[in-house]
Ligand binder design. Structure first.
Ligand SMILES: NC(=O)c1ccc[n+]([C@@H]2O[C@H](COP(=O)([O-])OP(=O)(O)OC[C@H]3O[C@@H](n4cnc5c(N)ncnc54)[C@H](OP(=O)(O)O)[C@@H]3O)[C@@H](O)[C@H]2O)c1
Length: 334
C-alpha cells in the first residue's frame, strides 16, 4: 500500500506569486534519507513563516514544505542507531529550508540530524519548546557560562512576546533572574508578568536613548531576538562587564553601533546559532531542558493548531503579532 500523508505545500508561480495549500503526498515525494520519521508535532518558527511566503534567503527551491522542527516516531531506518518506533527529535540543519520539513505527516532525513527525545520530556513539550525555546535556552546557557548570576541585576529580553523571547522570559524567571521584558505590545503586559517578567518595558521607551554613544549602565545581561536599533541601544546600556546574546533579526539585520560599550565597559556580544550547532551542544541543552531547567508553565506560552490552522498563524507572525509558541499537531495527517 502506498503511504500517503497531508502536507502544507508552498509553490511559486511563474510570475513570482506564492501559493500555500494542503496536499496529499506520498513517501516517494520525500528526499532520500536514512531515517523516515512519522511526525507527531511540529512548531511554527519565524524561519518557517519566511519560507512559507517565498523568502529565497531561507528556501531556494519551491514547491516546498516548511517546518524546521519535528518530534515523532521512527517509521523506518537504514542505520542501526534508530529502530522503528523510537521517539526522536529532528530540528534545524536543512530541515524545512530546502529539505521537506515538519509541516507534513512524514520527513526523510540523514541520520546525523536525528537525536533521541530526552527522557523526562513529552513529544508535545518538546515542540512547545521547539527551536525557539532551544535557542532561548542556548542564550541563557551562554550568559551563565560568561559569568552572569541571578543576583547580578536586570536581564533584558527583547521581542519578549515572541517564541524565543517568551521562553527566555520564562526560563530566566524560573532561574530566579530579574527580567525586563521589552515589547511592542503593551496590551500583553499581564501575559508577560504571568510568565515571569519582573518589569515590562515598551519598545519606544528603550529607543529614546538611541542617538547617544553610551547610555546609563542598566542591564547585567541581554537576550536579544530582534537586532537593529533595539540591540544597539541595549548594548549601549549594558553594565560594565555585562553580556549580550544576539540570535535574531525580527526588527533588522543591521547593527548601528560604535565600539565604546566594548572598549570602555568590556561588554561581551555573543552570537547564537541553533540550526547547525553540534549534536553535542543539542544534547547538552535538551538534557538541561528535560531536567534542571524543566520549567513549568509551557501551556501558558503555547497553543496547538492543525495544518489547516497554520495559514492564520503565519500571517500573524510576519506582522509581528505572534504571542508565544504555536505547536502544529500532525498526528491525524496520515
Ligand atoms: N539564531 C538562531 O538559531 C535562531 C533560532 C530561532 C529564532 N531565531 C530568530 O529569532 C527571531 C525571533 O524568532 P521567534 O521565533 O521568536 O519569532 P516571533 O515569535 O515572530 O517573535 C518575534 C518578536 O519580535 C518582536 N518584533 C517583531 N517585529 C519587530 C520589529 N519590527 N521591531 C521590534 N520588535 C519586533 C515581537 O515581539 P514584541 O512585540 O513583544 O516586541 C515579535 O513577537 C527571528 O529573527 C528568528 O529568525 C534565530
Amino acid at each position: 500500500m502506498i503511504q500517503t500523508f497531508q502536507a502544507l505545500v508552498v509553490s511559486e508561480e511563474k510570475n513570482g506569486d506564492i501559493r500555500r495549500e494542503i496536499q496529499t503526498r506520498t513517501l516517494d515525494d520525500l528526499p532520500e534519507g536514512e531515517v523516515i520519521i512519522a511526525v507527531e508535532y511540529s512548531s511554527l518558527n519565524y524561519k518557517d513563516a519566511l519560507s512559507a511566503v517565498g523568502n529565497h534567503g531561507v528556501t531556494r527551491r519551491y514547491p516546498h514544505t516548511p517546518g524546521i522542527d519535528t518530534v515523532g516516531r521512527v517509521f523506518s531506518s537504514t542505520i542501526d542507531e534508530f529502530s522503528p518506533g523510537d521517539q526522536v527529535l529532528c530540528m534545524g540543519y536543512d530541515l524545512g529550508m530546502n529539505t521537506a520539513g515538519g509541516f507534513g505527516g512524514y520527513i526523510s532525513v540523514p541520520s546525523d540530524w536525528v537525536m533521541a527525545l530526552p527522557q523526562g520530556i513529552s513529544s508535545l513539550e518538546a515542540m512547545q519548546i521547539g527551536t525557539a525555546g532551544f535557542t532561548a535556552a542556548q542564550c541563557v546557557d551562554r550568559l551563565c557560562r560568561l559569568g552572569l548570576k541571578n543576583g547580578d541585576g536586570p536581564v533584558l529580553v527583547t521581542g519578549a512576546t515572541g517564541g524565543v523571547g517568551s521562553l527566555a522570559v520564562r526560563l530566566l524567571s524560573f532561574l530566579e533572574f530579574e527580567v525586563t521584558a521589552l515589547t511592542g505590545k503593551p496590551e500583553q503586559t499581564v501575559f508577560l508578568e504571568d510568565i515571569g517578567a519582573t518589569h515590562v518595558m515598551a519598545r519606544g521607551k528603550l529607543l529614546r536613548g538611541r542617538g547617544k554613544m553610551l547610555l546609563r549602565e542598566r542591564w547585567a545581561g541581554v537576550v536579544d531576538t530582534v537586532g537593529g536599533e533595539i540591540l544597539a541601544t541595549a548594548i549601549k546600556a549594558t553594565r560594565y562587564g555585562g553580556m549580550v546574546t544576539c540570535c535574531g533579526n525580527a526588527a533588522s539585520g543591521d547593527l548601528p553601533l560604535n565600539v565604546y560599550p566594548f572598549i570602555l565597559r568590556g561588554v561581551t556580544l555573543a552570537g547564537i546559532d541553533s540550526a547547525i550547532c553540534t549534536m553535542a551542544q543539542r544534547k547538552m541543552i535538551w538534557e538541561k531542558l528535560a531536567s534542571v531547567w524543566r520549567f513549568p508553565g509551557l501551556e501558558k506560552v503555547s497553543r496547538t493548531v492543525t495544518l489547516d490552522g497554520l495559514e492564520k498563524e503565519i500571517v500573524s507572525m510576519l506582522k509581528g503579532k505572534a504571542r508565544g509558541r504555536i505547536v502544529v499537531d500532525l498526528r491525524e495527517e496520515r
